[in-house]
Each structure stands twice: as structure tokens, then as C-alpha cells.
Design a protein around this ligand. Structure first.
Ligand code: ATP
Length: 263
């Protein structure tokens, strides 16, 4: 059940944004893609989700090229959350989370169905919706309109919608963007819980101290892989200084690494 990039190169316009990237993302693991602005993180993520064509190499899911999966199959398998998710105006939190069931098309950013057009859900659907609301701590405002929520709360609703689809892999582009410290840690906590239950999670993260909480990291620079492996292998002063161009200290605090810029 591995999601794998094999020698993947992706061009966006005239820019070769991702160059010969090989990496394997595993279920039951929180993987973080890190690197400076313009390193190709979002582009790689979109290629992993099957949303961008790959010019070289291929993305494989369970050993099969992703390209052979139908869009429906892909939507069931991989849930992708973009940096900025547009939530349907006027809908309640429960409506939005319900879109995760039987609304795979919408998950891919296509044709958002009007919430009123949603049909009846099976007991299994209802359980998935309630479970996702509960696990993301959004159940307490399930009846509120999403437009009335804070950015951080909306981000959790988007996550709940993705989880309601019960995907096997969750691909998140900067899920902690706009989140305060507590919300960001809480989100990582929610992801850790899902990973503990077997989900594969790949997240683009800018905050290296959040990335230090991942199981596995992929460090990109100028579209290429600089390092991959556990936090101890990737978050080294040498790698970080080479890539970000500022001196960095990496301290150990108990089990965890702490990255401190020294510039
Ligand atoms: N639509 C586009 N048209 C042209 N170039 C693009 C487009 N999208 C991305 N690029 C270029 O591709 C490269 C990688 O961009 P990408 O967004 O994948 O980087 P990133 O690591 O996610 O950056 P950031 O941390 O700033 O979000 C950059 O040089 C960027 O300018």
C-alpha cells in the first residue's frame, strides 16, 4: 500500500519544478515534505495526487501506475487538500464533511454539488461522517455555517471532510498554514492518531519543528531531493544550512529535535 514516486520529473509551464524525485510514502506513517519556497513541494504533492501530469518517471500506488486508476478509484484512495480550500458558502460544517461521502468529484475540486442535492446516506456513511467530526473536534460546531468559522476551524473542517471519505492516503499541502501554535500542534496530534490507525499521511510543512514530529522526511531544493529519512538523518545543520542558506543549530530535547536558526 505504498505511494511511490519513481524518478518523477514535473514541468509547470517552462519550469522544471520537480526533477527525478524518487521516494516511497508508507501507510501508518506521517511523512513530511520540506524545503524552501519554490523547492517543488506543492508540485510534487499534486503529482502524487495524480493532479499534474508527470513528464518523466511515474507515480505508483501499490505497485501500479497511478495513471491506470480511474478518477473515482483515485478519489477513494487518495484525499488531497490544497493549501487553500474553498468551502461552499452558506453550508454547515456537517454538510461540508458529508461531501466527503459520495462526493469524490468535489474532493478533486470539480463541480461542488449543492449540499441540498446530497442524497440520503447509509449507516456506514453516517458513521464515517460522525467519526470524522469527532476525531477532528469539529462535532461541537457541526451545525454552524463554515463561513462563520475562523481560518483554523475551517482548516479542521476541510480535514474532517477528507477523513470522512476514509481514504488510504491523505495528501496535505501546508495544513498548518494560518494555524496558531496550539491549533498546529493539535492538527499534528490528529494526524498522528490517524496514522496510528493505519492511514498514510504526506504533508508539506514549512515549520521544521513540526516536521521534526514526522516519522519520515523528504527535503527538496530546486526540485531535487537533498535528503530523505528519519528526522535525525534529514534535519542536520549541514543539510538545512545548504538548503536555506542560514546557519542552523539542531538541538535534542528528549526524543525530539529542535531546529533553531542562528542567522
Ligand atoms: N503555475 C505555475 N506556472 C509557472 N511556474 C510555476 C507554477 N507553479 C509553480 N511554478 C514554479 O515551480 C517551482 C516550484 O513551485 P512549487 O509551488 O511546487 O514550490 P513549493 O516548494 O511548494 O513553494 P512554496 O513553499 O513557496 O509554496 C517554482 O519555481 C515556481 O515558480
Amino acid at each position: 500500500m505504498t505511494l511511490e514516486a519513481r524518478g518523477v520529473s514535473v514541468s509547470v509551464g517552462d519550469v522544471r519544478a520537480v526533477q527525478q524525485v524518487s521516494a516511497a510514502f508508507r501507510p501508518g506513517q506521517l511523512s513530511a515534505i520540506i524545503g524552501p519556497n519554490g523547492a517543488g513541494k506543492s508540485t510534487l504533492m499534486r503529482a502524487l495526487a495524480g493532479l499534474l501530469p508527470v513528464q518523466e518517471g511515474e507515480v505508483r500506488w501499490q505497485g501500479r501506475p497511478l495513471a491506470v486508476l480511474s478518477r473515482r478509484e483515485r478519489a477513494r484512495t487518495l484525499a488531497y487538500l490544497a493549501q487553500v480550500e474553498a468551502l461552499p458558502e452558506g453550508s454547515t460544517v456537517r454538510d461540508v464533511v458529508s461531501l466527503g461521502r459520495g462526493a469524490g468529484e468535489w474532493l478533486w475540486g470539480l463541480f461542488p454539488p449543492h449540499p441540498l442535492s446530497l442524497g440520503h446516506f447509509s449507516a456506514g456513511d453516517e458513521a464515517a461522517i460522525e467519526g470524522a467530526l469527532k476525531r477532528t473536534d469539529t462535532a461541537r460546531f457541526a451545525g454552524r455555517r463554515v463561513s462563520e468559522l475562523s481560518g483554523g476551524e475551517q482548516q479542521r473542517v476541510s480535514l474532517a471532510r477528507a477523513l470522512a471519505a476514509e481514504p488510504q492516503f491523505l495528501l496535505l499541502d501546508e495544513p498548518t498554514n494560518h494555524l496558531d501554535l496550539a491549533y498546529a500542534l493539535n492538527l499534528i496530534g490528529v494526524l498522528r492518531q490517524e496514522v496510528g490507525a493505519g492511514l498514510g499521511v504526506v504533508a508539506v510543512l514549512h515549520d521544521l519543528n513540526l516536521a521534526a514530529r514526522a516519522d519520515w522526511l523528504l527535503l527538496l531544493s530546486e526540485g531535487r531531493v537533498v535528503a530523505q529519512g528519519g528526522p535525525g538523518e534529514v534535519l542536520t545543520p549541514e543539510h538545512l544550512q545548504a538548503v536555506y542558506g542560514v546557519p542552523v543549530a539542531v538541538l535534542r530535547r528528549g526524543e525530539r529535535l529542535v531546529v533553531v536558526p542562528e542567522g
